[in-house]
Write a protein that binds this ligand. Structure first.
Ligand code: MG
Length: 398
């Protein structure tokens, strides 16, 4: 087992290295120093974090995408041999470097599309944690990867589970895929109770520790909606062959049901280091730092149908997975804007899916958009949320 002695470590670029997936990725790399080498790190403006990471991992590049933050960085703070790249085009320069083997795309939101796009265009392998990339531009991104010989390996735990459970199967053998969802912190809430929840309540996820945006998305079930869309493009399956089930313990990360009735599932503790590591070592499996299932203490596991009336975000995901086109860009941008407003205390929790509904309904749908049209849809959807907030009687009292 393990790699041949003459194999050199895979050189990894981590986009979004200060976030939850980024730091978990560096945990995996630190635990497997003979397998991986950090070639580049990118943050938007988390200077202290990236300077600390640069001293630990000695990358060839550090990239700061926010120009104002980059100006504040004292270059002498970086270790000798680490080059600072700054500004919006810096990510492209770093990920297309011929030395790069794998790009971990862990930037949150539509902003993550730029780096993933550049990496795939250069024929790189992308370990994709940024689900918004496929939500916004699924068909274009998959086509780009196919044309340039780039490869997308899923890091999202559900998609990693499906990817693993699909191994060796033929597309015609698959009846459907089922994404599991923890249900988030508000599972079982009534609509009335949900209207009063605060950002602090929403950030308390029962099983996963994650950044603020994805934590709110998990609480609204928008995260699962985005994952349905992600799965639709990643695995090339129509929306009616994708399903969602609530599984509060987050041990079964998703499953594949085959035409003969067999079900293949992937199980492990809720620890992102495992799907990250699998994307980095694929197709190999090696011993790593992720927690393991303790079968002797494993209790009962539960399943229930999602409450689609109380959590309407989920149906938005299936709708967008069905219609495609610009709808994903509209939903994603509206959700980012609405979540930002909710975290700022400017919108009620239950307004998030309502604002997204309005933005989808108001947008000019195009079935086969260009990348430029997707960005235009993104910008308009954010404005639409502002308009919706200002003209609608929202649930919030502030
Ligand atoms: Mg997930």
């Amino acid at each position: 087992m393990g790699q041949p002695a003459d194999a050199s470590p895979r050189r990894v670029v981590v986009l979004g290295s200060s976030g939850s997936i980024g730091t978990n990725t560096l945990d995996v790399i630190a635990a497997l120093p003979d397998r991986f080498q950090v070639h580049g790190l990118a943050v938007h403006r988390s200077l202290a974090a990236v300077v600390d990471q640069a001293h630990r991992f000695r990358p060839a590049f550090v990239c700061v995408t926010d120009p104002d933050a980059a100006r504040d960085l004292d270059r002498d703070a970086l270790p000798p041999g680490t080059r600072l790249l700054a500004g919006p085009d810096a990510v492209r320069e770093m990920v297309t470097d011929p030395a790069v083997d794998v790009v971990v795309a862990a930037v949150v939101g539509a902003a993550g599309l730029t780096g993933t796009w550049a990496a795939l265009e250069a024929g790189k392998t992308v370990a994709l944690a940024n689900k918004e990339t496929l939500v916004v531009g699924g068909p274009l991104v998959m086509d780009l990867a196919a044309r340039h010989g780039g490869r997308i390996l899923p890091v999202d735990s559900e998609h990693s589970a499906i990817f693993q459970a699909l191994a060796g199967s033929r597309p015609e053998d698959v009846r459907r895929i089922v994404l599991t969802a923890s249900g988030g912190p508000f599972r079982g809430y009534t609509p009335d109770r949900l209207a009063d929840v605060t950002p602090d309540d929403a950030l308390r996820h029962p099983t996963w520790r994650m950044g603020p945006k994805i934590s709110v998305d998990s609480a609204t079930l928008m995260n699962k909606a985005l994952e349905v869309i992600e799965a639709r493009w990643l695995f090339g399956l129509p929306a009616d062959r994708i399903d969602v089930i609530i599984h509060p313990e987050s041990l079964i990360h998703s499953f594949v049901e085959y035409v003969d009735g067999s079900v293949m599932a992937q199980l492990s503790p809720p620890d992102m280091r495992l799907p990250i590591q699998y994307a980095l070592t694929y197709p190999e499996r090696i011993t790593g730092p992720a927690r393991r299932l303790d079968w002797s203490t494993l209790g009962t596991i539960h399943f229930e149908a999602p409450d689609r009336a109380t959590f309407p975000a989920l149906d938005l995901g299936f709708e967008v997975a069905r219609v495609g086109g610009t709808a994903g860009a509209a939903l994603n941008a509206a959700n980012e804007a609405a979540v930002g407003r909710f975290l700022a205390g400017d919108l009620a929790f239950t307004d998030i899916p309502r604002a997204c509904r309005a933005a989808i309904d108001q947008h000019h749908f195009s079935a086969s958009p260009t990348l430029e049209e997707l960005w235009a849809t993104d910008r308009r959807a954010r404005i639409e949320v502002d308009k919706w907030k200002n003209t609608t009687r929202t649930t919030t009292t502030c």
